[in-house]
Design a protein around this ligand. Structure first.
Ligand SMILES: Cc1cc2nc3c(=O)[nH]c(=O)nc-3n(C[C@H](O)[C@H](O)[C@H](O)COP(=O)(O)O)c2cc1C
Length: 241
């Protein structure tokens, strides 16, 4: 629910505080979670408020990480020719995937927009530095992927914070890692994890694109929870899933 406080009779600073308090009480935590969408077609290309971007990136930087290694970095890509170059590469990868499909699957896929690289206001490349805090990263000794998991948690924080701020995020993974590494001048030990299209949107769709366009639908929670052993549903009724 949005409540307008304008025209505000108080000093602008008081107004700002008021707006933030109203946001806190009107945007329930779970509401933000369910409102979040992967955005492709709804970017409006508008300007990004630097303070909002700072809050969003701070939220990402506050994510949990294995051994507190914070193995992420965020590259803000404003340069349009650079983004256009990446978009061309993504288009080639989109075609390569389409070439693997046939019949209904192909015609459904052709209706899906898979990126908003040039429509969004900013690209954010999120990377993983496996050497951060190494060699003794507490908790990564047995599971090397724990570093990657940490980066994904930072991305989820970023995504939810952007939703809270009224902006959109679209994760693009139709690329060859080597291509993006080269484009971003990444050192050998730093891996690109995501290209995020980022910025103001006209609106967020209520239903995920893949569901609306008939590619895939969300599985129910009940079908995804087991009891004591994988596949067992014994005694699950009491949890009201
Ligand atoms: C790791 C990852 C990679 C993704 N890559 C793409 C992509 O390349 N193009 C795209 O359109 N959506 C991509 N998505 C978005 C998913 O399609 C989307 O999250 C899913 O359909 C559910 O929709 P929702 O995020 O709006 O709930 C990606 C999401 C994740 C988590």
């Amino acid at each position: 629910m949005y409540i307008s406080v304008f025209p505000c009779p108080y000093h602008w600073n008081t107004c700002n505080v008021l707006i933030r308090v109203i946001r806190v009480i009107s945007q329930d935590f779970y509401e933000v979670i369910y409102r979040r969408r992967d955005v492709r077609a709804q970017f409006n290309g508008g300007a990004i408020d630097p303070e909002a971007l700072s809050r969003v990136l701070s939220a990402a930087n506050a994510a949990p990480s294995v051994g507190m290694s914070q193995p992420w970095d965020f590259i803000l890509v404003e340069d349009v020719p650079l983004r256009a170059k990446f978009a061309e590469h993504v288009e080639q990868e989109r075609i390569a995937f389409a070439n693997l499909l046939e019949g209904d699957r192909l015609s459904t896929f052709e209706k899906i927009k898979i990126e908003g690289i040039l429509d969004s206001s900013l690209g954010i490349v999120v990377t993983y530095d496996s050497k951060r805090g190494a060699p003794a990263v507490l908790g990564r000794n047995t599971i090397d992927d724990a570093g990657l998991y940490s980066v994904c948690l930072a991305i989820e924080n970023l995504w939810l914070a952007a939703t809270y701020e009224g902006m959109g995020v679209g994760w693009v993974s139709f690329y060859q890692e080597e291509y993006l590494s080269e484009l971003m001048d990444l050192p050998e030990h730093v891996r690109p994890i995501a290209w995020l299209c980022f910025g103001p949107v006209t609106h967020l769709e209520e239903t995920p694109d893949l569901e609306r366009l008939g590619w895939e639908s969300r599985r129910s929670l009940k079908s995804r929870v087991f009891s004591n052993r994988y596949g067992s549903e014994e005694g699950l009724d009491k949890w009201q899933l």
